[in-house]
Design a protein around this ligand. Structure first.
Ligand SMILES: Nc1nc2c(c(=O)[nH]1)N[C@H]1C(S)=C(S)[C@@H](COP(=O)(O)OP(=O)(O)OC[C@H]3O[C@@H](n4cnc5c(=O)[nH]c(N)nc54)[C@H](O)[C@@H]3O)O[C@H]1N2
Ligand SMILES: Nc1nc2c(c(=O)[nH]1)N[C@H]1C(S)=C(S)[C@@H](COP(=O)(O)OP(=O)(O)OC[C@H]3O[C@@H](n4cnc5c(=O)[nH]c(N)nc54)[C@H](O)[C@@H]3O)O[C@H]1N2
Ligand code: SF4
Ligand SMILES: [Mo]
Length: 873
């Protein structure tokens, strides 16, 4: 059978994937060589998609108040409650909160229902936490939310600047494209602007470790320098730009000394950056969450765009500002108008003519008249009793919103909550009155739009399991039950897509950028076959080289930017973000043992000086806390993070760890323009978590940990569960403790106890087979995780309890290359023995880094960590 061509459901690179189902619910996955985003490449997450298709954890039927129900019962109840809520409290008591991970067709139906039929603007999305500052910055500068350039620009740039972006881990295939371009054109320069040293710095010729939230000062200073050096494109500015004098006047006060001092970087590095930017015409400035997720995120975006407008370096090959999107369909959501302050098809909610046009197109009985509540405000209003009906689709706000415990309380206190998810147990799903089973990746059909405006098909290759249904279907069914069957007649994703395309034609007629009108008459077969296509369909690939902005006077707007005052709040700065192999709240990547190996535990990067001042040693557990909440995570003592700053990943939930939700620590401070929360700018303290004992366990079944005191983290291993844990009191009866945890009252128990050194090892056996093993110690347990998991899998009880390999078998150490399962020690051995001196030689000797390539930056770091004289010996 020919493989099914579809699109990866993770990041906004939007890679094409070839899937060959195995007929048993699984599938083999390869990169699509013909897809223009990836040309056959996939990263570690994309390569492991086949491992995430299992049905464990899935919600397979609707549930109402905890009991399984039919779709009819659930949908009738939702429609009834919707009607009652609107009758009693008005439409603004209703809110829908959705996600950049639903398909454009799902999103279109949600937006139409809320803004045209329910008559409220309260449709917002997790893109508020992700892209809304970029959207607001684009709209301020361009008049509409337009990404001017394409991926090729990143390859063709002579100077590529990455601001607040860990591209190597978060957009790995795009990173690899850039790495290949740089290898082919060594004169290309890459600058990384990030307070942290990340894997992306592997490609950097220059890394500016600026103080957090000083980006606006840095780019104001660049604008001042552009002017001082006579690098303004006066012709472009005269013909196409407004606001130039005000913007430059505000920037002029940012001389290089002041910027260097404000940003905490050297004058020499700053000048080098300005030279690389100004001296080379082909410059692309890529930005991501270090820019967007900030109290001044929109200003940061405009400070960057200002420099491109002033130099006319926009919309030409190898030039422009470039917002990389996080989620697979962040762009599609923006196209349908999925934010509370947008209308549809890039039309403006504030514009009465636009509203009237859309109302006419939809034949809408209750057209929205003003913007609705943005994500953080929506949940505030929920907590204040103003939102009485809440429907959450495809996002996990109890984990991902700031002040996350308050969000949980707000949801808990809401009169009626519907949650649509693929998974049965998420931190948010647990709080729902009605749980709706969504069809997931591989089971549903539709389109997504990637960072470069390219629309690709997601095609199904599996039957939806149980009663799971696509999100658009559930939304449309509710609309029909509300009496709007005529407006929601869709029988397929293609029906919805045609309507969406037709609306974009209307929008283009009103002078908007988003135009896929050429696809409005596509038939089902054409939709089925639709090739990846960039919008505007049939139009040019880039915007604004010759002006043509979407503002009233058709000029691009430069803005006067005032950088924020220095943040002098007490405590350590709390930075948060992503790791290479996990996706958000891990509902999918957490299913893959391979992906769970790279980083199996939540951690806090802490600078050695900050650690020493607090008596924190490597591998200690630390309690990181703010007045709002606390997490317990492993200390990673490293100079990767700056002094005075912590970095904690976002992926661990209440399902995966005892206290891993870093969102509980972060105040709900938002950017005043975009409403995007400042998720990278918390404040926290760190202290050693004093544990009486530490443990590591492997088990065939998921252990019962909810009652455990102290700390636990669960991860999937190959054919087992692996658990890290620690307790504040030592169990009086270890045997009983072990039996309860693994639910094995009847099992045989073998133990080795060394009371003097505080070490103990337990194995639970049933019919001679080990079903669980626990290693405990007073200090963090030192057994080789890889060895224990391997020995558990092969049933080698003796080797398992030994906790480390025998002399003949070296310990591979933590896995770096997940594709070929190559551990850090194996790689270091190859380097120190001289067998491998470069990344390609590591590939030749060990295969590491030769498949998806996601680990290549780490291989380089390992090479750099071994002094040359050692490697040569
Ligand atoms: N592996 C993986 N990839 C993903 C995702 C995932 O969950 N896992 N999620 C996807 C999504 S939705 C998104 S939005 C993207 C996010 O992609 P990125 O934005 O690249 O990722 P983050 O790790 O959130 O943050 C990027 C960097 O911003 C830096 N930063 C913090 N504060 C500042 C500051 O004030 N100034 C500057 N210049 N930098 C700062 C942080 O140190 C961090 O290294 O990733 C996408 N890709
Ligand atoms: N502190 C801090 N917080 C952050 C960030 C940060 O950097 N720091 N980043 C923010 C950003 S950029 C983002 S994008 C968010 C992400 O945060 P979330 O959106 O909360 O995280 P996900 O785990 O992606 O949630 C998606 C959910 O949808 C489910 N799902 C998957 N497919 C489908 C489907 O087809 N239909 C339905 N109905 N459900 C489905 C998944 O099982 C999962 O439960 O986190 C934000 N929060
Ligand atoms: S870079 Fe990786 S996660 Fe992103 S779309 Fe491509 S394969 Fe998927
Ligand atoms: Mo995101």
């Amino acid at each position: 059978m020919a493989p099914v061509r579809t699109t990866c459901p993770y990041c906004g690179v939007g890679c094409g994937v070839l899937v060959t189902p195995d007929g048993k619910g699984g599938a083999a996955v390869k990169g699509d060589p013909d897809h223009p985003a990836n040309f056959g490449r996939l990263c570690s997450k994309g390569s492991a998609l086949g491992e995430t298709l299992g049905l464990e954890d899935r919600l397979l039927a609707p549930r109402v108040h905890g009991a399984e129900a039919s779709w009819d019962t659930a949908l009738d109840l939702i429609a009834t409650r919707l009607r009652e809520t609107i009758a009693a409290h008005g439409p603004d008591a209703v809110g829908i909160y959705c996600s950049g991970q639903i398909l454009t067709e799902d999103y279109y139906v949600a937006n139409k229902l809320v803004k045209g039929f329910l008559g409220t603007g309260n449709l917002d999305t997790n893109s508020r936490l992700c892209m809304s500052s970029a959207v607001a910055g684009h709209r301020r500068a361009f008049g509409t939310d337009t990404v001017p350039g394409t991926y090729e620009d990143l390859e063709e740039a002579d100077t590529l600047v990455l601001v607040g972006s860990n591209l190597a881990w978060c957009h790995p295939v795009l990173y690899q494209r850039i790495a290949a371009a740089k290898a082919a054109r060594p004169e290309m320069r890459v600058v990384v602007i990030d307070p942290r040293r990340t894997a992306t710095c592997d490609l950097a010729d220059l890394h500016l470790r600026l103080r957090p939230d000083t980006d606006a000062a840095l780019f104001n200073g660049l604008l001042a320098r552009i002017e001082a050096q006579g690098a303004i494109d006066t012709d472009y500015v005269a013909r196409h730009v407004s606001g130039f004098f005000e913007a430059v006047a505000a920037a002029r006060v940012w001389g290089r000394e002041r910027v260097a001092e404000t940003c905490g970087i050297s004058f020499a590095d700053l000048s080098a950056f300005y030279r690389l930017w100004i001296g080379r015409e082909r410059v692309v400035t890529v930005f991501s969450q270090g820019v967007n997720q900030s109290g001044g995120g929109t200003d940061k975006v405009n400070a960057i765009i200002n420099c491109h407008l002033a130099t006319g370096r926009i919309g030409r090959p190898g030039m422009g500002p470039f917002s990389v999107t996080g989620q697979p369909n962040a762009m599609g959501g923006r196209e349908v108008g999925g934010l509370a302050n947008m209308l549809a098809a890039h039309l403006d909610l504030e514009d009465p003519a636009h509203r009237a046009a859309v109302a006419g197109f939809w034949n809408a009985p209750a057209m929205v008249e003003r913007p609705g509540l943005k994500a953080v405000d929506l949940f505030e209003a929920c907590g204040a009793g103003q939102i009485r009906f809440l429907w959450i689709l495809s996002t996990n706000p109890v984990v991902s919103l700031p002040d996350a415990d308050r969000v949980a309380a707000a949801i808990r206190g809401c009169d009626f909550v519907v949650v649509s998810d693929t998974n049965a147990a998420t931190d948010t799903m647990q709080l729902a009155h009605v749980q709706l089973p969504a069809a997931g990746w591989g089971e549903k059909s539709g389109t997504v739009t990637n960072s470069e405006r390219r629309i690709s098909r997601q095609r199904s290759f599996l039957m939806a399991p149980g009663a799971a249904k696509p999100d658009w279907w559930a939304l449309a069914e509710v609309a029909r039950r509300m009496g709007w069957a005529e407006a929601f007649p869709y029988e397929s994703a293609a029906d919805i897509f045609r309507e969406h395309a037709a609306l974009s034609r209307l929008a283009a007629g009103l002078g908007r950028d988003f135009d896929i009108g050429a696809l409005a008459e596509i038939d089902d077969e054409g939709y089925h076959r639709l090739e990846p296509v960039q919008w505007p369909v049939g139009g040019p690939a880039r915007f604004f080289a010759e002006g043509g902005f979407f503002t009233g006077d058709r000029r691009g707007r430069m803005l006067a930017i005032t950088p924020p005052a220095r943040d002098t709040a007490p405590g350590l700065k709390l930075n948060t973000g992503r790791v290479r192999d996990h996706w958000h709240t891990m509902t999918r990547t957490g299913k893959s043992a391979r992906l769970s190996q790279h980083i199996a535990e939540p951690f806090a990067e802490i600078h050695p000086k900050d650690a020493a001042a607090r008596g924190i040693r490597a591998a200690d557990l630390v309690r990181v806390s703010s007045p709002r909440g606390a997490v317990i995570v492993r200390a990673l003592v490293t100079e990767r993070t700056a002094e005075g700053a912590l970095f904690v990943p976002i992926h661990w939930t209440g399902q995966a760890a005892s206290a891993g939700r870093v969102g509980t620590l972060i105040p709900a401070v938002t950017d005043p323009v975009s409403g995007q929360p400042a998720l990278k700018a918390g404040r926290a303290e760190a202290e050693r978590f004093e544990a009486a004992w530490h443990g590591f366990a492997v088990s065939a079944e998921k252990p019962a940990l909810t009652g455990a005191d102290g700390y636990w983290v669960l991860a999937r291993g190959e054919g087992c569960w692996r658990t890290e844990m620690a307790g504040t009191t030592t169990p009086a009866d270890w045997d009983a403790f072990v039996r309860t945890m693994f639910g094995a009252e009847d099992a045989e128990i073998a133990s080795i106890i060394d009371t003097k050194r505080g070490l103990a090892r337990f194995a639970l056996l049933r019919e001679g087979r080990v079903i669980a093993a626990l290693f405990t110690a007073r200090e963090p347990v030192e057994v080789s995780r890889a060895h224990v998991v391997g020995a558990f899998g092969s049933g080698d009880a003796g080797g398992l309890l030994a906790g480390r390999p025998g002399a003949a078998q070296p310990d591979a150490g933590p896995v770096v290359c997940v594709c070929f399962n190559v551990g850090v020690n194996t790689i270091l051995d190859a380097i120190t023995s001289g067998a491998a001196r470069t990344v390609s030689e590591i590939g030749e000797v060990l295969s590491a880094g030769t498949n998806c390539g996601s680990c290549r930056p780490e291989l380089n770091a390992l090479l750099a960590s071994v002094p040359a004289d050692v490697a040569a010996e």
